[in-house]
Design a protein around this ligand. Structure first.
Ligand code: FAD
Length: 203
């Protein structure tokens, strides 16, 4: 099996496009938002306006079978600024979890709510880490219990380190329904994104 890191034309276009945004929008705003210690909503809005923040962008980068588009885009975003890079890419953690374990209906219902739209962007949070469960995810203590009388799932536990936690429109929380199942006790479903394209170089 061959593997190489040379970027094709589409990946180069992507890199230049994201670099342009990082250079003209992220870098000039970075110091201010770092000082404010707040989510840079206007920058997210700019990113959403040009299609750099949203489900379509994720689908396009995920569709790259070489697997290089997302790291190339993230490298440029984080060259702009680490904090703003996290603000823009953090939502994708929650979307990846919905994509990985959700049903197609759940994807359609929840993913748009993760991003909002260009006029009113939203963020989502993926809440897996716990004070006593970091790398070792299987040791999580958060429980999900179904209450038949009220037809409700009740979550109990404590999460930590969740990017966008508390300010997110959608929180994806990992929890165990049956601890005896250990690490095999998680649902799976699968679907593949469609292929797409970003603006050509110079546009
Ligand atoms: C910027 C940032 C954003 C984050 N965003 C999120 C988020 O959105 N959602 C979320 O759920 N979590 C998030 N996290 C948490 C992150 O996933 C955890 O920090 C990570 O899983 C490690 O867990 P820990 O910090 O508890 O360290 P630990 O798991 O306790 O690890 C401590 C050290 O021990 C080493 N280590 C651990 N296990 C082993 C082993 N078996 N063998 C050898 N060495 C080992 C590790 O490499 C590390 O050096 C974020 C963290 C950061 C820094």
């Amino acid at each position: 099996m061959e593997f190489w890191l040379d970027l094709n034309e589409e990946q180069q276009d992507l890199r230049e496009w994201v670099h342009g945004f990082a250079s003209s929008v992220i870098r000039p705003a970075a110091a201010e938002w770092d000082e404010r210690e707040e989510t840079p909503w206007p920058v997210l809005q700019e990113a959403a306006k040009i299609g750099l923040y949203g489900f379509e962008f994720l689908v396009n980068t995920w569709a790259d079978t070489a697997g290089l588009s997302l790291p190339v885009a993230n490298e440029e975003l984080f060259w702009g600024d680490g904090g703003i890079g996290m603000a823009i890419s953090g939502t994708s953690l929650a979307v990846a979890a919905i994509y990985g374990s959700g049903t197609p209906d759940q994807l359609v219902e929840w993913v748009p709510q993760c991003f909002g739209d260009a006029a009113d962007p939203k963020v989502a949070a993926f809440c897996s880490t716990e004070p006593e469960a970091g790398s070792d995810v299987a040791s999580m203590r958060t429980r999900a219990v179904y209450h038949e009388a009220t037809d409700e799932w009740v979550l109990s536990g404590q999460k930590a380190y969740a990017t966008n936690g508390g300010i997110a429109n959608v929180h994806v929380v990992t929890a165990s329904v049956d601890p005896s199942l250990g690490r095999v006790g998680r649902p799976r479903s699968s679907c593949r994104p469609a292929r797409g394209a970003w603006p050509a170089r110079g546009s």
